[in-house]
Design a protein around this ligand. Structure first.
Ligand SMILES: O=C[C@H](O)COP(=O)(O)O
Length: 334
């Protein structure tokens, strides 16, 4: 069995700040001929995706490094109707110190943090304040998240307000109807306008792939968003009935590769929604390494959108470092 051992995953320090690459994706003109040629062989993609979880294993000696790498790539998220300032502050404290200090010392990464904290607009100021001095950026879900069906001028205003409140990253949601009706010009125009509204902030385009019908639509929507200047493409809001999946990820990653081949520009990838197990995170990292290379294992080009992944990684790291669950875990599980 192939074993993922290279040093690509072994560095997870904070040396890579600032978090997002410069320059941002400048975009390109909408190329409808390119879109018309886009195909997605669904059964081949699904077959390949089915092999991914078993195909790679992470050599034991490298597991802690890969898990630490995964921590550094998390957009630690809370997107609930009952979010409070207190919950967001606790989340930010966790973002600053995602794993117990003893474990971080044991793996030699005392300064490890997550990639970003992701919240609703109303919580941006609280998060910015709570993360002050940490270098951890705040990402805001804007544009009428999760459905994206509020009036366009309000979605633009929401972006501007989130940026003004200190969000350095904006996760926008696209209008699914533009994809479902094949109105690529409308999707491109909307994305271009949102890109402009973000100003200096980086923009992640949430495709809500579970609502796009086909992998071909996913591929086309990915390309259109990148043509319009998205710095990242992101699978899901976490609120669709189907969120991040491996077939969708393969499709989007290959669109990223096609866009890079055409333009030379690297666009980031953010699978989001339902990723809660350390072993699933490792499958995603191996997938990125296979399909796009080590460069996409850095937080400027890859993030997990996840609210509960960190807990499982922390447990696995603790298990790995101590060789057994610690006394506190044994006590908790007794
Ligand atoms: O963007 C992030 C997602 O909303 C998180 O989804 P999750 O709660 O299923 O991890």
């Amino acid at each position: 069995m192939d074993q993922t051992t290279t040093e690509g995953a072994a560095t997870a320090s904070r040396d890579h700040l600032p978090q997002l690459h410069e320059p941002r994706n400048p975009g390109m003109e909408l190329d409808l001929d390119w879109l018309a040629r886009v195909q997605a062989n669904t059964s081949a993609i699904e077959r390949r995706a089915a092999t991914l979880p078993g195909r790679r294993s992470v050599k034991k000696d490298w597991q802690a490094a890969w898990l630490a790498k995964a921590v550094s790539l998390i957009d630690l998220t809370t997107l609930s109707g009952d979010d409070t300032a207190g919950r967001v502050r606790r989340l930010c404290a966790k973002a600053r110190q995602p794993v117990a200090p003893a474990i971080l010392d044991a793996i030699g990464l005392p300064g490890l943090t997550v990639g970003a904290v992701c919240v609703y607009h109303d919580m941006v100021e609280t998060a910015v304040e709570a993360l002050d001095g940490s270098g951890i950026p705040v990402a805001a879900v804007s544009t009428g998240f999760p459905a994206g069906l509020s009036p366009l001028h309000l979605r633009m205003a929401e972006i501007a307000e989130s940026v003004a409140a200190g969000a350095r990253e904006i996760d926008i949601v696209i209008s699914r109807r533009h994809v479902l009706t094949g109105n690529w010009q409308a999707l491109y125009d909307e994305m271009t306008e949102m890109r402009a509204a973000c100003g200096e902030a980086h923009v992640k385009a949430i495709l809500a792939t579970g609502e796009l019908g086909t992998l071909r639509n996913v591929a086309k929507a990915s390309l259109v968003c990148m043509m319009a200047g998205a710095d990242f493409i992101k699978t899901s809001t976490g609120k669709e009935s189907v969120n991040a999946t491996l077939p969708v990820s393969l499709t989007m990653i290959r669109a990223i590769r096609a866009y890079q081949d055409r333009t030379g520009v690297r666009v980031g990838y953010k699978p989001a929604g339902g990723i809660s197990k350390a072993k699933d995170a490792l499958v995603y990292l191996a997938l990125m390494k296979d399909e796009l290379g080590d460069r996409w294992l850095q937080p400027d080009l890859f993030r997990f959108g996840a609210s509960s992944l960190l807990g499982d990684i922390e447990r696995q790291l603790e298990h790995h470092v101590t060789g057994a669950y610690s006394a506190s875990w044994r006590h908790a599980m007794a």
